[in-house]
Ligand binder design. Structure first.
Ligand SMILES: Cc1cc2nc3c(=O)[nH]c(=O)nc-3n(C[C@H](O)[C@H](O)[C@H](O)COP(=O)(O)OP(=O)(O)OC[C@H]3O[C@@H](n4cnc5c(N)ncnc54)[C@H](O)[C@@H]3O)c2cc1C
Length: 408
């Protein structure tokens, strides 16, 4: 691995930078590289922070091969510039040394429900403009999935403490362990003087398989497990059902518990996994096993009953997967972790706010719900996506919310 300085020197600073064009939040990569190489690290950090307050996080966990790195022109020569390594250094340094300017409060109160990536972004953008922000979260700390989902070996948690510190220094009021929709309803907020409410409560409810055996004592949902892995007593053979990033995170965490083997059970083949390639590679290095082309049909006390799945290539080139109920396999498992996606919790409603069929908040392109003053962004709007997408949409919503706050 080359030094980050050498890496930055390799950048061609293209006029039409494909890396920036394919970044969901349009990070001005050539400009950042220029500042970095000129030794202007603070300016580079400020540029990154203003464009994407969570750049210290996304530099680490973005699917880079799909975004910046994947579109670097130097891919043609087989060695793209790994901008994210430079970004990680700059953004962390900026957060560590950040001076908060004197910000004049404008007296306008805004409530933010949910302190994950979308909520943190909205809170920072509002605070920087002088709004008075109360940030509510059902959990005991900020971060959402960043703190209670993505394992620490992929994302250092001290970064989240730094974000909390930055927001506190900017004057945020943080109300932990406060679930909006339980004691405090969205409609309770307006009479207390909040002019707008931003909902960013994510999709923390795991999807069910709907199989016999799902409620047994040795069966767990991945997002529950990842919240506090030490709280779970797993067996020695853990079957993880699913093939996305959440399944991979759960399996790699199981391996790190030091006592158990993890076996990912996947409906399709190795090339059809939804997890990022590098995550799959790391899981293989960790020793995670993969059993492809199986469909779980029942969970039993000591195994997962599966049927074999066949990959069928049609004449028109399309591919289908067919379950063969004549071929039954019992895969040994004394613990089972289910990771087949997430949806929104059922508790959060607001008068007039419409929900989609999946229970997500229905909003227009600016994140406005049908109820004036209630905005939403992040996974609660898009369904489970990525951090950078949550931040990018929140920025757009912030622009509209500011207009609303000044109009009303
Ligand atoms: C295990 C896992 C691994 C992932 N890995 C990656 C990755 O590598 N890269 C990537 O880009 N993305 C990844 N993602 C997706 C990414 O984390 C999400 O897209 C992102 O966190 C969405 O941000 P959010 O703010 O909308 O929601 P969340 O992060 O879910 O935050 C929602 C917050 O709202 C709070 N909340 C919920 N209900 C209420 C309520 N009623 N009142 C108050 N607070 C409430 C929750 O406690 C939580 O803090 C991963 C997701 C998971 C689950």
């Amino acid at each position: 691995m080359s030094s980050i300085k050498k890496e930055a020197e390799r950048c061609l600073k293209c006029k039409k930078a494909l890396c920036s064009a394919h970044c969901p939040i349009s990070t001005p990569i050539p400009e950042v590289m220029e500042l970095f190489l000129n030794g202007e690290i603070n300016k580079a950090g400020e540029l990154l922070f203003i464009n994407n307050p969570l750049s210290a996080v996304t530099s680490i966990i973005c699917p880079h091969e799909r975004n910046c790195t994947g579109h670097c022109v130097l891919n043609k020569k087989g060695a793209p510039v790994e901008f994210y390594r430079i970004e990680e250094y700059i953004s962390r340094f900026y957060l560590e040394t950040m001076e908060i300017p004197e910000i004049k409060k404008n007296g306008i109160k805004v409530a933010v429900a949910g302190a994950g990536p979308a909520g943190i972004t909205m809170a920072i953008l509002l605070l920087m403009k002088g709004y008075e922000v109360t940030l509510f979260d059902a959990g005991d700390n900020i971060g959402g999935v960043l703190r209670y989902g993505i394992p620490p070996f992929r994302l250092p948690k001290d970064l989240l403490d730094m974000y909390k510190d930055v927001m506190l220094r900017m004057g945020v009021h943080f109300r932990p362990n406060t679930r909006i929709g339980a004691n405090i309803l969205i409609e309770d907020l307006f009479p207390d003087g909040y002019k707008a409410v931003f909902v960013s409560t994510g999709t923390g409810r795991p999807n069910k398989l709907g199989l016999v055996g799902e409620t047994l004592g040795h069966v767990h949902f991945a997002v529950d497990y990842l919240k506090s892995p030490k709280a779970f007593s797993l067996g020695q053979h853990v079957a993880v059902i699913g093939a996305g990033n959440v399944a991979i995170d759960a399996a790699r965490t199981v391996i790190r518990s030091g006592r158990s083997k993890a076996n990912i059970l996947h409906y399709m083949g190795p090339d059809d996994m939804t997890a990022n390639n590098d995550e799959v590679e790391m899981a293989e290095l960790d020793g995670v096993e993969f059993t492809h082309y199986v469909q779980a049909v029942r969970i039993m006390d000591d195994s997962v009953r599966c049927v074999r799945v066949k990959r069928v290539e049609n004449e028109d080139g399309t591919v289908e997967f067919e379950e063969d109920y004549n071929e039954i396999i019992d895969i040994p498992a004394d613990s089972v972790i289910i990771a087949i996606g997430q949806g929104p919790g059922a508790d959060l409603r607001a008068p007039g706010v419409k929900l989609t069929q999946r229970g997500l908040f229905e909003v227009n392109e600016w994140g406005e719900t049908a109820t004036p003053g209630v905005f939403a962004a992040g996974d609660i709007v898009s369904g489970p996506r990525t951090v950078v997408e949550a931040v990018a949409f929140t920025k757009k919503v912030f622009a509209r919310m500011e207009e609303y706050l000044n109009e009303n």
